[in-house]
Design a protein around this ligand. Structure first.
Ligand SMILES: [Zn+2]
Length: 172
């Protein structure tokens, strides 16, 4: 059963078909259209000198692989707040958002379509780093010797960071 098989408004069976400009689940009984959107995440680059922080993923997707810290933005939470919270939950580190590096998308993941907002974080002290929550391990890796990352989207965010560093060099 798909999660949109039944109308969340009236409980009758939805149909899947073209309506309001796209293919969507909708209900012929109460005329509800069940719009779907990508889920936003905050995904983090946390540099320490020439290293960046990676976490070993404790859950699927990408279990056992290294990835950037981060996670889904909760209701009533800004992307910045999500960034700070996820960093704390996964690594016990306190950070603050320096700037947004960009964004990328991951389609058809285990959680559906994901919108990744990439943030550059300032972490002043890495000594209290402890892997927690969805992370089995947390470690700093040299930027030029990263392991294979769990997702192409995370590799794209690392590229954004490298481009950002290159622009900084050009501007000084
Ligand atoms: Zn309905």
């Amino acid at each position: 059963m798909s999660y949109l098989e039944y109308c969340s408004n009236c409980g009758k069976k939805n149909i899947y078909g073209f309506i309001d400009g796209g293919l969507r689940y909708h209900c012929l009984n109460c005329n509800s259209i069940h719009y779907e959107n990508p889920k936003p995440t905050s995904t983090l680059i946390c540099p320490e000198s020439k290293n960046i922080l990676l976490v070993k993923r404790a859950v699927e997707p990408g279990k056992g692989l290294w990835g950037l810290p981060g996670g889904f933005i909760e209701l009533n939470e800004t992307p910045d707040q999500a960034a700070i919270r996820e960093l704390k939950e996964e690594t016990n580190l306190d950070g603050r958002v320096n700037c947004q590096l960009g964004y990328t998308s991951h389609f058809n993941s285990l959680h559906g379509d994901i919108l990744l907002l990439a943030f550059l974080m300032d972490v002043s002290d890495f000594k209290d780093m402890v892997a927690g929550d969805d992370a089995d391990d947390a470690k700093l890796f040299p930027l030029n010797q990263l392991p294979q990352l769990a997702f192409t989207s995370h590799e794209k965010i690392v590229e954004m960071y490298i481009n950002y560093l290159n622009k900084l060099k050009l501007s000084v």
